[in-house]
Design a protein around this ligand. Structure first.
Ligand code: SF4
Length: 101
């Protein structure tokens, strides 16, 4: 499956599998505290949790797969593929806009 991922201005196209059974085994967060990836809110201590989770994501070999899976399955909560809920909403909006253009 060919997937195009747009985060901010960068566009990356790669061959990925969105089947979680395949990519989850390579997840950098596999042995981390899941609470880190599901901070409560986006202010106060959650800011540090979000930054720490994103730091893990940006070392992850399956970040594209994770992000695409979260977009495909409408994951509203947590950090997926190095993005927050708000960032994923923005990606969805941008993709909808691109499809209409
Ligand atoms: S991108 Fe982040 S949340 Fe997704 S599998 Fe990798 S470390 Fe976990």
């Amino acid at each position: 499956m060919s997937v195009t991922t747009q985060t901010n201005a960068a566009v990356t196209t790669s061959m990925v599998s969105l089947e979680p059974k395949i990519w989850r085994n390579s997840a950098a967060c596999r042995d981390t505290d899941p609470d880190l990836f599901f901070p409560v809110g986006q202010t106060g201590p959650a800011i540090d949790h979000i930054a720490s989770a994103k730091a893990v994501c940006f070392t992850c070999d399956v970040r594209v797969e994770c992000l695409e899976y979260s977009l495909m399955t409408n994951q509203d909560a947590g950090i997926w593929g190095g993005t927050t809920e708000d960032e994923r909403r923005k990606i969805r909006r941008e993709r909808r806009k691109q499809r209409r253009a």
